[in-house]
Design a protein around this ligand. Structure first.
Ligand SMILES: Cc1cc2nc3c(=O)[nH]c(=O)nc-3n(C[C@H](O)[C@H](O)[C@H](O)COP(=O)(O)OP(=O)(O)OC[C@H]3O[C@@H](n4cnc5c(N)ncnc54)[C@H](O)[C@@H]3O)c2cc1C
Length: 302
């Protein structure tokens, strides 16, 4: 119930305007968002590097309404990629296609992602194409596969809660497109997605094994301790070397598990969001764990 409620609120423009403009906004966001500027985010990436943790930068924003805004979002990512290259940081970028024009023109969106992938390739980085709600899955995978055919530094994202994901992974593995596997963060109807955590987790484990066995440098993105334990066990049993895949987690979540992964000798990349358009991202984090509302309340009254 709470999950649906927060995901419903994540789409309310009035609440969004109020929260994003509130003078208290830094208090809302400090746990999950690196800061408002690229410089804030790069400082976090630098600290993580000292802890042997890699990063992927998300310049917050989604569902832009003009092609100019889409191009400006792509430019912000080009800027980030340039700074990553200048400082030789172990860092990729994560982009949502609705932020670079998918709702407006598939052609313009493809061109924007190609520009990012070309820049990432030149600088030894990577473009990770986040997955949004199921209304975008086909188009997102289509763009990801087309860009990946030209630039191997492109990663697609698959959500374990969708019924279709086993087929998608089989196809992406065949095309040697790297995949990030996550559970899925949107409110999906029962016609397309598993509703219970048990079914999502079971599917996650199956898809994870398909990626570890046959994927091109997959990313296992979860904070689920049981799934992580199974990933360690499976990799050991199958003698899958730690440099053949990576784990990914979100900035601000389960620092204890982050440390454990690195100490075990595995690769870990944190998803580091920055920018002023933080509201939908933030509400999805609350939806995942309503206990975060208590954390938020404590911060607001401190
Ligand atoms: C690197 C990365 C990239 C992602 N990219 C996408 C994407 O492109 N598209 C998409 O739909 N989703 C994406 N997600 C979000 C993902 O789909 C899940 O919503 C999110 O990761 C929570 O699922 P979980 O695997 O951690 O498991 P859960 O079963 O939700 O949680 C397991 C445990 O993790 C901890 N935890 C999980 N979430 C939180 C939280 N918000 N606050 C505090 N503790 C928490 C708790 O200890 C919880 O018991 C991404 C997640 C990661 C880590």
């Amino acid at each position: 119930m709470m999950r649906h409620f927060f995901l419903f609120l994540s789409g309310r423009p009035g609440l969004r305007r109020w929260m994003e403009r509130s003078p208290l906004s830094r208090k809302f966001t400090r746990r999950f968002v690196a800061g408002e500027t690229l410089e804030d985010a790069l400082a976090v990436v630098g600290h993580l590097q000292q802890e042997r943790i890699w990063a992927t930068l998300d310049h917050l924003g989604e569902n832009v309404t003009t092609l100019q805004e889409a191009a400006a979002s792509a430019d912000a990512y080009l800027d980030a990629l340039a700074r990553i290259e200048d400082r030789s940081l172990p860092c990729t970028v994560s982009v949502k296609l609705t932020q670079v024009g998918l709702d407006l023109s598939e052609k313009a969106c493809l061109e924007n992602v190609r520009r990012l992938a070309a820049k990432a390739k030149a600088g030894g980085s990577r473009v990770e194409i986040d997955m949004e709600s199921s209304a975008y899955t086909d188009r997102t995978l289509d763009v990801a596969a087309r860009v990946a055919a030209e630039f191997t530094c492109t990663r697609a994202v698959i959500q374990a809660y969708l019924f279709r994901s086993a087929d998608d992974i089989e196809r992406l593995n065949r095309l040697a497109v790297p995949v990030r596997l996550c559970k899925g963060a949107y409110d999906e109807p029962p016609s397309v997605a598993f509703a219970s955590k048990r079914d999502v987790d079971r599917n996650y484990l199956e898809l994870m094994k398909a990626l570890l066995d046959g994927g091109a440098y997959p990313a296992i993105a979860t904070h689920d301790e049981r799934i992580l334990g199974e990933a360690f066990r499976y990799a050991r049993e199958r003698k899958i070397a730690p440099d053949r895949f990576e784990f990914q987690m979100l900035y601000g979540i389960r620092r204890d598990l982050q440390r454990r992964i690195v100490d075990l000798g595995y690769r870990l990349r944190l998803y580091v969001p920055y920018g002023t358009a933080w509201y939908p991202y933030f509400m999805r984090r609350l939806a995942e764990r309503p206990a975060n509302v208590l954390f938020l309340a404590r911060n607001l009254f401190r």
